[in-house]
Design a protein around this ligand. Sequence first.
Ligand code: SAH
Length: 269
Amino acid sequence: MTDKNTTGVPERTRPDPVGLDRIRVVLVGTTHAGNIGSAARAMKTMGLSRLVLVAPRARITAEALSMASNALDVLDAVREVADLDAALAGCRWVVGASARLRDAPHELMTFRQAAEHAGGELAQGEGDVALVFGREHAGLTNAELGRCHAHMMIPANPEYSSLNLAQAVQVAAYELRQAFLAEDGGLPAAVDQPAPATHDAVENLLTHWQATLEGLGFLDPANPRHLMQKLRGLLQRGRVTPNEVDILRGMLTAVQRKAGLPRAGERDE
Ligand code: SAH
């Protein structure tokens, strides 16, 4: 830290907004190294630092480093995971970015609305927020979007609506920063509400639920008819709490016991 401003740029008059360190930017299956670097730069300019790569198809090459410019610290801290669930563990709210309308039962929002919602989520208590971006050529799969609570879209030119991946990250990061700055440089004090169950807790419940329904013969694994995605949607809309997850899992264990089913899907942690 220097105490002299030699840049010619006005000094910040207020502290950097708090909460941005609880935002994860998740890139799924990225194929161009340059986009990883550009995304890191886009993030750092807006005060974001947590980049997660899900099964990337590109490495952090010299091109990535060059596009990152002075955001090498974001690349140094990058987390690489094998699947989307691992990237979302510990998240209370997840929004997926897609240029295309899907027929999924998702709440559809603009990037600005998503940024405002993210601020509200963080203010309510523990857990991170994740923004999920898709592959350059194919976007996110419906199953991946299904893991998200909401779907955000830039209402771009309908004839050419697909932005470059890192540019989409830039727009999201910009909107987050503006939304967080509008909170007067800080988030409102946390409200004493139970935090919703995290992504991983909900997924473990769904695994347990599926095993039980298969054991009962209610769900045919050969013909699942999107049942689990519908149940996931129900849990997401309900914003179930950890205590409610425990109750539901206790019920499933009781059903398995009474029906003489193997304890498949039961909590093993
Ligand atoms: N061809 C892909 C688009 C990939 S662009 C498709 O048709 O889905 C790479 C990623 O940038 C997308 O998966 C999405 O996360 C984000 N993105 C690009 N344009 C967007 C837009 N208009 N609205 C929301 N997200 C967008």
